[in-house]
Design a protein around this ligand. Structure first.
Ligand SMILES: Nc1ncnc2c1ncn2[C@@H]1O[C@H](COP(=O)(O)OP(=O)(O)OP(=O)(O)O)[C@@H](O)[C@H]1O
Length: 529
């Protein structure tokens, strides 16, 4: 049991678990970043926050790739590749709290248990399955979605993902998915926020209303697929990789016995649109089939594109995130990726824009802090003098210039507005909206230093202007910790903000009455270079 008195709330966010069939790329980093910012924000807000990621290690795609690369067993193959995902996370400060590997024994026990619960409820039966299977997508496609491959006339592809399909006929276990069609439609209609963004909710609802759900094959004969969890009481069949993979979300909260927990009720699954059918249709039905509650919601994001196609391990059209992070800095990439994407649209990676962003960080934001830390000023004295939540009287009395007073008041209003927008935007994973508001605030603060020339003003006026500008820098650095943890830390260190005063409650004007003690000394390093 969680002691809620210690926390303002409880939250759990998950990335998809990724196939370790090759090294991760920018797309994987994107899903992880969306979750990391949410998780860090929750923690900054004093919430108990869990963050699950991991690797989906079973299935035909892994089996085939491991054979192709001449590994002794698929386990040897995934053992070699799963650390690459952890390496990427560590490199980018992705602060997951739980890493699930589907080859772990506790996970396998959960998959077996979920199967048994669905079976007990008479939702699983044995039958013959004929159809077009895509190994790459690990799914069957209906005849209507299969065409000849225009480049290789002897082969076939499906029209959804364009990946190759092969015809298979075999004995499988089936899940009675068709029974859940009306319940799904009703649930989506009554819970329009379960699938976000709204466009995806409508897309799924339209699909469900126009397409008859067929029962789903949820096992493969061991002769075709041997790398996976065995069907309980039938050693000749292996459980379908999606039934296995989706269960990881329950493994991460401590297993099926914990699904009535607050963590589960507050779980947000973040996924790419390529896997929305599995999460939005199959997953709720598997859970209902076992009489288990659903998570809070599913957040679906679009893709990073390269050469006009989804960036993908199998195609190889990828941006290598560690290389690019070494070149520009991980926080610059974190910011770039989040500022140049949104859930609704596909995004293109443009390296020139990353270089430009880095210049902005150094030339605008870093420079603003350096200016305030100049030896002509005294941040500590300014803070001692003016730390107060309401400075309007001081501004009226000390700053005689009407124009400057108006500029300062507008600046402080945009800072307040940012905090309000941030709360809602983070809840909706809409980070670009926040980041676009930050540069105008920095530019505005720089302009105020430029036009007011505090170095030419009497001490009291100078201190008030410096106090205002450095408060903007301090508050922005506190608010941006979830997005750029390293750079924010450097900024806050540079102005000597105590580690105990970096939580969200200190992101208010005047809330820290004691910082900047040594900031205007000569010889202090630049915050970023
Ligand atoms: N181009 C992309 N843009 C955004 N997210 C992506 C992208 N590629 C993968 N992802 C993330 O990874 C998930 C899929 O993981 P997976 O390991 O199957 O990646 P993949 O590169 O598409 O793999 P493969 O090419 O082997 O099919 C997506 O749902 C999404 O969360």
């Amino acid at each position: 049991m969680i002691n809620l008195r210690l926390y303002s709330s409880v939250s759990h966010v998950t990335t998809p678990i990724f196939y370790p069939n090759a090294k991760p790329h920018l797309g994987h980093l994107y899903s992880s970043l969306l979750c990391d910012v949410y998780h860090r924000w929750m923690q900054l807000n004093n919430a108990k926050s869990l963050f699950t990621t991991g690797t989906d290690e079973h299935g035909l795609k892994i089996q085939i790739e491991s054979e192709r690369q001449k590994y002794k067993t698929p386990l040897d193959f995934v053992n070699k590749l799963y650390p690459e995902f952890i390496r990427l996370d560590n490199f980018y400060n992705i602060s997951f709290t739980n890493f699930i590997r589907t080859t772990n024994s506790d996970h396998i026990a959960n998959v077996t248990k979920l199967w048994e619960l669905c079976n007990k409820n008479k939702l699983i039966y044995k039958g013959t399955h004929k159809g077009w299977y895509s190994i790459s997508d690990e799914t069957f496609y209906p005849e209507s979605k299969v065409i000849k491959n225009p480049n290789e006339p002897n082969k076939f592809i499906n029209t959804e993902s364009q990946n190759e399909v092969v015809y298979q006929s075999e004995t499988n276990y089936f899940f009675k998915l068709s029974q859940f069609q009306d319940r799904l439609i009703k649930f989506f209609e009554e819970n329009p926020h379960f699938i976000q963004p709204r466009s995806k909710h409508h897309q799924l609802l339209n699909y469900l209303k126009s397409t008859e759900l067929k029962d789903l094959s949820i096992s493969r004969p061991i002769s075709r697929l041997n790398w996976g969890v065995k069907v309980p009481n039938d050693d000749s069949q292996i459980i379908y990789v999606w039934f296995d993979a989706l269960t990881n979300y329950i493994t991460s909260i401590g297993g099926i016995s914990n699904v009535n927990s607050l963590e589960w009720k507050n779980t947000s699954h973040v996924i790419g649109k390529d896997i929305m059918k599995f999460h939005s249709i199959y997953w709720p039905c598997f859970l209902w089939g076992a009489e288990l509650p659903l998570p809070r919601r599913i957040i679906i994001h679009n893709h990073w594109i390269s050469n006009g196609m989804k960036m993908s391990k199998s195609i190889g059209n990828v941006v290598e995130p560690i290389e690019i992070g070494k070149k520009y800095g991980t926080d610059i990439i974190r910011w770039y990726v989040l500022e140049n994407s949104n859930l609704e649209d596909d995004s293109n990676f443009v390296e020139q824009d990353v270089a430009h962003l880095k210049e902005l960080f150094i030339g605008k934001w870093g420079n603003l802090i350096n200016r305030c830390c100049g030896t002509k000023f005294n941040i500590s004295r300014s803070v001692q003098r003016f730390h107060s939540e309401n400075l309007s009287q001081e501004y009226n009395e000390i700053i005689k210039d009407d124009n400057l007073r108006t500029e300062v008041s507008n600046l402080l209003n945009s800072l307040k507005e940012l905090k309000i927008v941030m709360k809602e935007a983070i809840e909706n994973f809409d980070y670009a909206q926040i980041l676009k508001l930050i540069w105008p605030i920095i530019n505005h603060t720089n302009a105020i230093v430029q036009i007011s020339k505090p170095w030419e003003r009497p001490e009291l006026e100078q201190d008030l202007i410096i106090f205002t500008c450095i408060e903007v820098c301090r508050i922005l650095a506190i608010l941006c910790q979830p997005i750029i943890p390293n750079i924010s830390e450097k900024f806050l260190d540079r102005i000597d903000v105590l580690p105990s005063k970096r939580s969200l409650s200190f992101a208010e004007i005047g809330s820290d009455n004691n910082y900047g003690s040594n900031s205007n000394s000569k010889g202090r390093e630049l915050p970023i270079s």
